[in-house]
Design a protein around this ligand. Structure first.
Ligand code: AMP
Length: 114
């Protein structure tokens, strides 16, 4: 999508701290980290949010989560865990309209969210 910041990051038009890339997914550090480990895993294909997905996206959604946990483990979160978050639309506090999984680790997080 032309005006999507994450599509521009995936295309290399906007710089990012890339952690992983393959044919389907792209992972990069969050520019405003909320924990010592904070990165985003996104599909390369533009999908605005989780509500826009359906059965045809099952494999891609599984790959997003599997990539998120694998990278979290590689970045030191395997033993103590991490939080895997998908904000969706306005009530979910989504600010970038390109589906993304936040991975937050490296410190003890509170619950419930505000
Ligand atoms: P959300 O509120 O779930 O839509 O989260 C969007 C996330 O994208 C926020 O945590 C931002 O800090 C992050 N973000 C926005 N622009 C960039 C960027 N250029 N590079 C890396 N992360 C970004």
């Amino acid at each position: 999508m032309n005006d999507c910041i994450f599509c521009k990051i995936i295309a290399g038009e906007i710089p990012s701290a890339v952690i992983w890339e393959d044919g389907d997914v792209f992972a990069f550090k969050d520019i405003n980290p909320q924990s010592p480990v904070h990165f985003l895993v996104v599909p390369k294909k533009h999908i605005s949010n989780l509500m826009e997905t359906d059965e045809k996206d099952e494999a891609l959604l599984g790959k997003l989560l599997n990539t998120a946990q694998r990278l979290a483990s590689q970045l030191g979160c395997e033993d103590r865990g991490a939080r895997f978050v998908i904000n969706c639309k306005s009530d979910g506090a989504q600010t970038v309209d390109h589906l993304h999984v936040h991975v937050l680790g490296g410190r003890k997080l509170g619950w419930p969210p505000g």
